[in-house]
Design a protein around this ligand. Structure first.
Ligand code: ADP
Ligand code: MG
Length: 260
């Protein structure tokens, strides 16, 4: 099998905030087309990792390379599409105008941006809602608007920070299936943070389990489950075994950072 090319690699990345070391000696190589999920106890540096990959923070130590070339963190600004933990929809903008925010800021004329967004509405299940305001939408629809904004900002690498965290489990599982469909269709590379092990296994080609702070990679698990991963996959023996293994690692780390 030919390995796909590296989009972004971190090597030995350490990030401190004063006395606190958020990330320590962190390394990952993200290859074209992959769906990588990241799980770890809260406060272990997941969002810090994203901020570095998005170019919003600079590491104190370590190297970053983009398509094999060494870069400074700041060079990555604007190279990566980033959906932060909160959906950040502006209440005074319609669905359509929220979706085009990132490409409009980038200089796409509003009329053209709106046309591009209109074309994407059906795929994101938002047809007929283009003139609605965020407060008129369900949680799942708001998440789809935020995702549509991230997809419209066409970058090969997308970072999604717990995008389905606020959804009930049924909506969440429908959104997961839907996200996999559009990931395939749009041929993007995804780095996806979650605190949900089932979600990490269901979505990922690889799962990175992070240690308690300072965040390192504790385990990198390849997920060989066939795609599309239909209902029976989540109840299969292979899935349950992966879950048991990852749960053990995650629980060990969570206990370390748990101080009642
Ligand atoms: P996670 O997303 O895994 O919950 P974060 O990356 O948000 O964790 O945070 C990791 C650690 O770094 C936490 O202890 C947090 O308080 C600290 N931290 C994150 N960002 C900052 C910052 N800008 N200034 C100071 N401390 C920070
Ligand atoms: Mg976080």
């Amino acid at each position: 099998m030919i390995e796909s090319s590296s989009i972004l690699a971190l090597d030995g990345v350490t990030k401190r905030f004063g006395q606190i070391t958020a990330l320590e000696n962190f390394g990952v190589d993200i290859r074209k087309g992959e769906f990588i999920t990241v799980i770890g106890p809260s406060g272990c540096g997941k969002s810090t990792l994203f901020n570095i990959v998005a170019g919003l923070e600079s590491p104190d130590e370590g190297r970053i390379s983009h398509h094999g070339k060494p870069v400074a963190a700041g060079d990555l600004l604007g190279q990566v599409a980033f959906m932060p933990q909160q959906d950040l929809l502006l209440p005074w903008r319609t669905v359509l105008d929220n979706a085009i925010l990132a490409i409009e800021l980038e200089g796409t004329p509003r009329s053209e941006a709106r046309r591009m967004a209109m074309d994407m509405l059906p795929e994101f299940g938002l047809t007929g809602f283009e003139r609605h305001y965020p407060q008129q939408l369900s949680g799942g629809m708001r998440q789809r608007v935020a995702l549509m904004r991230t997809f419209l900002f066409k970058r090969e690498l997308m970072l999604l920070d717990e995008p389905f965290g606020a959804l009930d489990s049924l909506t969440r599982s429908m959104m997961q299936r839907w996200l996999l469909e559009i990931w395939r269709h749009h041929e993007r590379t995804v780095l996806f943070i979650t605190h949900d092990i089932d979600e990490a296994i269901f979505l990922g080609d690889r799962v990175l389990v992070m240690s308690a702070r300072p965040g390192r990679i504790k385990l990198e698990q390849h997920i060989g489950l066939p795609r599309p991963r239909l209902g029976e996959v989540v109840t299969s023996e292979a899935f349950v075994q992966l879950k048991r293994k990852l749960l053990k690692e995650l629980e060990e780390e969570s206990m370390k950072s748990f101080t009642p």
